[in-house]
Design a protein around this ligand. Sequence first.
Ligand code: S6P
Ligand code: ZN
Length: 204
Amino acid sequence: MAIRTPHSMLLELSTVAARTDGMHGVRHLSHMSRTFANKCSVHETLARVDPLIYEYWEFANGRDASALNYGLTRITPGTIGREYHMTRGHFHLSHSDADEVYLVLQGAGLLLLQSSTGDSRVLEMRPQSMYLSPAGWAHRAVNCGQEDLLFFAVWPGLVEGDYESVERGGFPLLVVRGANGPDAVANPSFLDHESVIGQPKPGS
Ligand code: S6P
Ligand code: ZN
């Protein structure tokens, strides 16, 4: 629903959650079994409980080049095996690719970025800091803290997410609980974006 009139919003979870004019997405572990690396931990957890990993609210202002959309994401604290709760992460589909900005409101985490040409970055997410995911870079937020990680996002209304490339290839790094806190370690199953979009699916 387009809400293209002048307006403002308090950046607070209860205020955002109370709005009824947006889209509310909820991701439990059962929606993300391809996302977490340790499949045994995924299955063991799902045999007992289906935890909420994250939820998000999106407010659409239009799909043309002049519109900006915005939203709030809440990632719950915790791990699946040793891997911290995180968003699925996505590229933007090439015909709609554009920059996106995150602003952290609460919590502590890491923003994982990978470019379509195989470059990779990790940025520490902390309150009152902003992050730019440039066009061409997939973005995934990871909650490494003890409380909810809350961040506000703004992106052009024409953007459409590419989740399939990330689900097939993963991110170059996994963020796991280490002896002294979060460790970003190489993902042994990673396939870069060029490989994912340039080759047929295994078995096809
Ligand atoms: C949209 C923006 C966020 C994410 C949200 C959930 O472009 O990046 O609103 O949609 O953080 O992450 P994901 O990867 O499931 O879309
Ligand atoms: Zn995005």
